[in-house]
Design a protein around this ligand. Structure first.
Ligand code: GAL
Length: 659
């Protein structure tokens, strides 16, 4: 059964309130509580002086009310005394400015002294609470990458980067060759000469930038692994997780997931709508609901990163404080978001946060409770969600116990496909298109999201998977944009038996950020005989419709399966593989994906605007993200467990699927 939980900061409230808080959490239907991730200054107020009493009592109080504790390691907030003792531990920005103390995440992943401190505090917390029966899981640190903190331009990072390059290339000639440093006389004579790719007059060499991103990602992974190893040693049988973010791609989350038991993520649909690339029309239409696919995209992405196991560690409960504009969710949305997570297989949803804090940086961020301790709207909706979850769970087949992943770096096979469509996504792709967009706004992440959204609007369920995932069992595999093809990928695509749709820029770079010798799409030419000889990025309106802002010119003997209005080839077909040579506007993309889904034998649904569906363990869910009432298409008879055909704004329906 999907659980509900909450993020709680006992150190921020009078101890006299804790008992009442815990009692009310339990009465609300919550059974999980995450604590501790920012509490270093209270756990260790001075070097080596630990004050465990308050945390012992907080954990004991929560446990007494039946709440399982998810304990965070407090390394996202190193205290003042530590920064003063080791001033060069802070991260340095691309302008070379050290970050100051006074907020959070002010550390550099490459600083050996801070690494040692991270291990020391993790060891201390894990040794004290590792076998405490109240502690059911651990969260490492908090949101790696939040506030743009994966990359640091510190002296420690520069030194570690040189060592990383030396290990990767062996000798400097190989690096010069891989990066093409003969260009602009940028040749290096030794690894010691290499700087970080910032403060250059114009753009740095893209291969240099890509390797720096790979290195920075690896630093996050090894930092995390150090904590995981300590936690595993002290706390057998507990899940270890980390809370990832929305639309953050600065480190390889698939790789992080291999070191964790469960991948969790922090869901703020309204803030994400406001902060990312959505059009003004979408920002208006979904201001209080969030775009219908934002949460779902991340559920499906992080379920893939967690090899089947994921949860929501922070769920927006009301207005946030950090976006350009911070509206209140439409009444019912907190419940809807919670049930959408369930429909994607989340193990729990924890709300952020229990009570709005009247002080400090996030005083304008809602909680389930108002600062005066009265229930806010989020609390009522959490209660409603708890009741719905109980109703739905009673209708589900008995659950198999969740197997803990083995503690070794995971070689466990992925769980069988949970959907009929696989969308292939990886982090290198986003790094490549971020470093070299070649046209404003081009991003592999945005491509992935747009394709995902178009497929979901057809009523399809989607698994977002890394390129090394097993693809057998899917009817349709889509690859929106994968510039660097990992070894073996083309063979696995060809062998998987699914219909495959490949998007532009796939196979357009070698791992060293060069154009493949036989031109894009590189190795894919073994499966579809075409060469991309020229690409253009264009203002919308320049290319013949339905191309949007990216157009590829292909040399091939194939007859195009679809053309632009001016006759230029748009879609090419070879066997079960299709190659799309342009980006498309949303209507054309929707039509293409509907046609391809039909060819793959998938049943699609003509859904009203804002309505989305999702299957989960024999149940089918419908969600209304529109601000107006909607009706489900009357294509089948449904025995509703929740809701009905007519969905009010923020309405949810669920029914048992009859074959
Ligand atoms: C998350 C973070 C929380 C809190 C929250 C506010 O990014 O993990 O600590 O800051 O955002 O929305």
């Amino acid at each position: 059964m999907m659980r509900l939980g909450v993020c709680y900061y006992p150190e921020q409230w009078p101890e006299a309130w804790w008992e009442d808080d815990a009692r009310r959490m339990a009465a609300m239907g919550l059974t999980r509580v995450r604590i501790g991730e920012f509490a270093w200054s209270r756990i260790e107020p001075a070097p080596g002086r630990f004050e465990w009493g308050w945390l012992d009592r907080a954990i004991e109080t929560l446990h007494r009310h039946g709440l399982g504790v998810i304990l965070g390691t407090p390394t996202a907030t190193p205290p003042k005394w530590l920064v003063d003792a080791m001033p060069d531990m802070v991260a340095v920005d691309a302008q070379g400015r050290p970050r100051r103390f006074g907020s959070r995440r002010h550390y550099c992943f490459s600083h050996a002294g801070y690494r040692a401190e991270s291990r020391r505090i993790t060891e201390a917390v894990a040794a004290r609470y590792g076998r405490n029966p109240a502690v059911v899981a651990w969260q490492t640190d908090n949101e790696y990458g939040c506030h743009d903190t994966v990359v640091s331009h510190s002296a420690a990072a520069a030194q570690a980067f040189r060592a990383w390059l030396a290990a990767r290339y062996g000798d400097i000639a190989a690096l010069n060759d891989a990066w093409g440093t003969v260009f602009w006389s940028a040749e290096y004579r030794s690894f010691d000469e290499i700087d970080l790719p910032s403060l250059t007059v114009t753009e740095p060499n893209p291969a240099h930038s890509l390797d720096f991103q790979r290195f920075s990602s690896d630093q996050v992974l090894s930092f995390n692994r150090e904590q995981v190893d300590i936690l595993r040693a002290h706390s057998p049988g507990r899940d270890i997780t980390h809370n990832a973010m929305g639309f953050v791609t600065s480190f390889d989350h698939h790789a992080l997931g291999r070191d964790l038991d469960v991948v969790t993520w922090d869901s703020y649909p309204l803030g994400f709508l406001e902060q990312f690339w959505f059009s003004d029309a979408e920002k208006l239409r979904y201001a209080r609901q969030g775009h219908p696919d934002i949460a779902a995209f991340h559920h499906d992405l992080y379920r893939g990163c967690g090899r089947g196991r994921f949860a929501v560690m922070e769920q927006q409960p009301g207005p946030v404080n950090w976006a350009a504009r911070n509206p209140a969710p439409l009444p019912g949305m907190v419940r809807l978001w919670t049930l959408e997570a369930m429909a994607h297989g989340a193990e729990f949803v924890a709300y952020f946060r229990w009570r709005q804090a009247p002080f400090a940086q996030e005083q304008m961020h809602a909680g389930l409770l108002r600062p005066d301790r009265v229930d806010d709207i989020g609390a009522h909706e959490a209660r409603a969600a708890a009741a719905d979850i109980a109703t739905l769970t009673a209708a589900l087949p008995a659950e198999l116990p969740t197997a803990q992943h083995d503690a070794e770096p995971h070689t466990t096979p992925r769980p069988a496909a949970s959907a009929s469509v696989a969308l292939v996504f990886d982090y290198t792709s986003v790094w490549v298109t971020d470093i070299q967009p070649q046209g404003v706004g081009f991003s592999a992440l945005r491509q992935a999201f747009e394709w995902y959204s178009a497929l979901r609007a057809l009523g399809l369920d989607i698994d977002i998977v890394p390129p090394d995932a097993a693809l057998e069992g899917y009817r349709l595999v889509v690859v929106p944009c994968l510039p660097v093809l990992p070894g073996g990928f083309v063979d696995r695509l060809a062998a998987c038996g699914a219909l495959v749709l490949i998007g532009p820029r796939t196979g357009s770079k070698t791992p060293h950020f060069q154009i493949p010798p036989d031109l894009p799409p590189g190795d894919l030419q073994r499966a579809i005989p075409l060469k991309v000889t020229r690409v253009e990025s264009l203002r919308p309106g320049v290319a013949a419709p339905p191309a949007r802002d990216w157009l590829e010119h292909c040399e091939t003997a194939l007859t195009p399966a679809a053309t632009l209005a001016d006759g230029q080839g748009l879609l090419y077909r070879a066997g079960r593989l299709r190659y799309l040579a342009a980006t498309l506007g949303s209507d054309a993309l929707a039509r293409l994906l509907a046609a391809v889904a039909g060819e793959a034998g998938l049943v699609t649904v003509d859904l009203p605007e804002g309505v989305r569906l999702r299957r989960h363990r024999g149940l089918r869910f419908a969600f209304n993200y529109a601000a107006e009432p909607r009706r489900l298409p009357a294509d089948t008879a449904r025995e509703f467990l929740l809701g009905a055909e007519g969905l009010p704004p923020a309405g949810v329906a669920a029914w048992r699927e009859v074959e």
